[in-house]
Design a protein. Structure first.
Ligand SMILES: Cc1ncc(COP(=O)(O)O)c(C=O)c1O
Length: 375
């Protein structure tokens, strides 16, 4: 096995400490209430074929880095959708469609969220319209069609697909199920976050009284990270150090935390971590992330393919794990911290540390997964 802690090629791009940090449970629950979090678990845990995804112990990596435990939540096993996104969109579809007959749901997506909405609609026998940009792969579009959705391809980027979705939905009376919030549109993004928080409920049951000391949370528009922070507030007795990780080309949360206000980035180059290639943090998650994360860091794409291979050949733990591109940032940033003594000390990473990483997705885009695996 490589000596990861002596391999400087595992590196980060930017790092900041949140000057405005003050973990405030009440403030978090004022955005996403305990009731909303509990209700999501109650509903989702009753879905057919529901089971907790595994919490893997990456014991080979923790031995190498000389820390106590590295837990890795394996979302590749989430229903048959292979990503945590299954918990969000489908739950929002169920809540929004309750007591409404024959509604048609719609969304814009980079892939995984749309798959969840399409799956949720199919479960309830609803029609579903999905808008994707020219950058979304055909295999992702096919997967959504496989759940009965009608897929519309829109010229340009994700924002264009969202604009078209809003326009068509207004015109046709479709219910938009979007994971991003905007002024006057906050309920559905909150429901998706409440769904994601199910991961933390499962983790709190799985860690078996171990105290998590650090949690690395990937961010795109910040919904998943904010949901997990709310999950920490709801389910953990001990609040870990919270580190947000983004692609270096799309560090919109880092920049917002640095400035203490939302910034819009002009993304010059899309990261391979497609679901995380976002230029602006969403307003609802921002209200949670703002004061309640300790650190933000960004990473280059360089080590994604190596990490996917190392997961697949059980170099980090006892089991072979299928992790897609967005499953890698936690591992990459953790190892990067161990190659920078100042950072390691700043984060107080030591032999007592118990780190939680999120393996957010599996081989959702099979073509890309195979390409990265064989690079
Ligand atoms: C597959 C995938 N999509 C999207 C995201 C980003 O989620 P959000 O946009 O809620 O921050 C992640 C994780 O960060 C992810 O793993």
């Amino acid at each position: 096995m490589n000596t990861f802690s002596n391999d400087k090629s595992w590196k980060y791009s930017n790092f900041i400490e949140n000057k405005y940090f003050k973990f405030d449970q009440d403030q978090i629950f004022s955005i996403l209430s305990k009731n909303e979090i509990d209700n999501a678990y109650k509903v989702i845990s009753r879905w057919e074929n529901y089971s907790s995804t595994p919490l893997e112990n990456l014991n080979k990596l923790s031995n190498e880095l000389c820390i106590k435990n590295i837990f890795y939540k394996d979302e590749s096993k989430r229903f048959n959708l292979k990503s945590f996104k299954a918990l969000g969109g489908a739950y929002a579809v169920e809540k929004i469609s309750k007591d409404k007959k024959n509604i048609i749901v719609s969304t814009a997506t980079a892939g995984n969220h749309g798959r969840s909405v399409a799956w949720g609609a199919k479960r309830l026998g609803l029609k579903c319209k999905i808008f994707i940009s020219e950058f979304v792969s055909e295999s992702r579009a096919e997967a959504m069609r496989g759940f009965g959705a009608e897929v519309f391809r829109v010229e340009g980027n994700y924002d264009n697909s969202l604009k078209e979705c809003i326009k068509q939905s207004k015109k046709n009376g479709w219910e938009i199920i979007q994971d991003v919030a905007w002024k006057g549109y906050e309920l559905v993004p909150k429901l998706t976050m409440a769904g994601y928080a199910v991961m933390m409920k499962e983790i709190s049951d799985q860690i078996n009284k171990n105290k998590i000391s650090h949690i690395f949370l990937q961010a795109g528009v910040g919904g998943m990270a904010a949901a997990m922070i709310a999950g920490c507030a709801r389910y953990l007795e001990y609040i870990p150090k919270i580190i947000i990780v983004e692609p270096e080309s799309a560090e919109c949360v880092l920049k917002a935390v640095e400035k203490n206000s939302i910034v819009t980035l002009d993304i010059k180059k899309e990261s391979l971590m497609g679901g995380m290639s976002c230029g602006e943090v969403s307003t609802v998650p921002w209200k949670i992330i703002n004061n309640n994360c300790n650190f933000c860091m960004s990473i280059p794409d360089d080590k994604i393919s190596d990490t996917i291979k190392l997961l697949a050949n059980s170099s980090f733990g006892e089991n072979k794990l299928i992790g897609g591109e967005c499953a890698t940032p936690g591992i990459i940033s953790l190892i990067a911290c161990f190659n920078n003594i100042k950072l390691k000390e700043k984060l107080s990473l030591d032999k007592n540390s118990q780190v939680l990483l999120l393996g957010c997705e599996g081989n959702v885009d099979e073509n890309l997964y195979q390409k990265l695996l064989n690079e």
